[in-house]
Design a protein around this ligand. Structure first.
Ligand code: ZN
Length: 355
């Protein structure tokens, strides 16, 4: 009788344990055991050109959702890449529920060659070729791998960027929103809030054809949203720099988002919450009509009133070609911070803060 009782208890215990315990996670031919992490170097080849994608997969001890994270989609945007390096240590798979797939440096060619915006292996901007093409150029193949093996496996998605070499940028979190996808949009909003930035940009996608699937998403995180995955961006860092406090901010934000998504077994700790955010759902950008030299009068984070002087463009002999004035009042999210300017370049992006 007593033995039977113990046996029943044991059976009960193991079935409860079974409910929460994980099976292994398949990734790129490997089988990752619960409570462990594994690094992958994914080779990508096009003709005689080769590159690779460094990826870390953290497979939690308990069942839970899959969070996909990409850093280095632009390889000159360093704070997210360095935050990813720190997350290798600070995400503990033994305290994780679910799985984190972390792409350390998506555009490694851009990183190793110190090339802003584009990958010099094919001169393409990785964040303009999603969902990619398995038979395409190097960047298109990278996008295809990330779409198929990271985004398609994710329940939640984060793409982390910074101001590229010439971009003086105000740090923010952003989320995708569409009135036909209220739940996915709201989940994205809450994820963006859990990243603990002061400013949250709303990427409104109503009327954008790619959401209705008849156009390519082009952007990494837009591909996730198109698939019905709550999707957020980070923009943190400026002018191609490496500010310690901004690297910390990204690392802390991601760890707080893991808490918010209930992806950690530390149940006593609650996700930190901020009281107030500034939501910006309208942005105005100004493009250059000239080639020449740009002299900014303002910095990222400055508030401007319509009509204020933003900067001046001269030709290569110091003669003024145009004085740039703010066409809208608001917060400068981005302003060109280095001298070269070309026709069509974005000079400034102003966020509407009137709401
Ligand atoms: Zn970027």
């Amino acid at each position: 009788m007593k033995l039977q009782y113990i046996f029943t208890l044991l059976m009960l215990f193991s079935s409860v344990k079974c409910l929460f315990s994980q099976s292994s996670f398949p990734f790129y031919g490997a089988s990752i055991e619960p409570g462990t992490k594994q690094h992958f170097t994914i080779p990508i080849q096009e003709g005689t050109t080769t590159t690779s994608i460094p990826i870390t997969v953290f497979h939690g001890i308990e069942k839970g959702p899959v969070l996909g994270i990409t850093a280095g989609v632009h390889g000159y945007e360093y704070p997210p890449i360095l935050a990813g390096q720190r997350l290798i240590k600070s995400i503990n798979p033994k305290l994780l529920k679910g799985t984190v797939i972390l792409v350390q440096i998506a555009s490694l060619g851009s990183f190793t060659k110190r090339s802003p915006f584009t990958n010099p292996l094919d001169n393409k901007n990785l964040n303009r070729v999603f969902p990619g093409d398995a038979k395409g150029t190097i960047s298109e193949k990278i996008a295809d791998f990330i779409t198929t093996n990271v985004i398609a496996k994710s329940d939640f998605f984060l793409d982390a960027h910074a101001g590229d070499a010439p971009e003086d940028l105000t740090s923010y979190a952003a989320y995708y929103s569409n009135t036909s996808m209220p739940e996915v949009s709201e989940k994205g909003r809450a994820m963006a809030a859990s990243l603990l930035f002061d400013h949250i940009i709303v990427f409104k996608t109503d009327g954008k054809n790619y959401v209705k699937k008849d156009e390519s998403s082009l952007y990494c995180s837009a591909e996730a949203f198109k698939r019905g995955i709550p999707s957020v961006d980070i923009e943190c860092g400026k002018l191609g720099g490496v500010e310690e406090s901004l690297v910390n901010k990204i690392e802390k934000g991601v760890l707080n988002m893991l808490l918010y998504l209930n992806m950690t077994t530390i149940s006593l700790t609650k996700a930190e919450q901020k009281d107030a955010f500034l939501y910006i759902d309208q942005r105005y950008s100004e493009e250059s009509k000239h080639n020449g030299i740009f002299y900014p009068n303002k910095k990222s984070g400055d508030y401007v009133k319509k009509g204020m002087k933003i900067g001046e463009i001269t030709d290569y002999f110091g003669r003024t070609l145009e004085t740039i004035y703010a066409k809208h009042s608001g917060l400068i999210l981005l302003i060109l911070g280095t001298p070269p300017i070309n026709k069509g370049d974005t000079i400034v992006v102003i966020g509407d803060v009137s709401k």
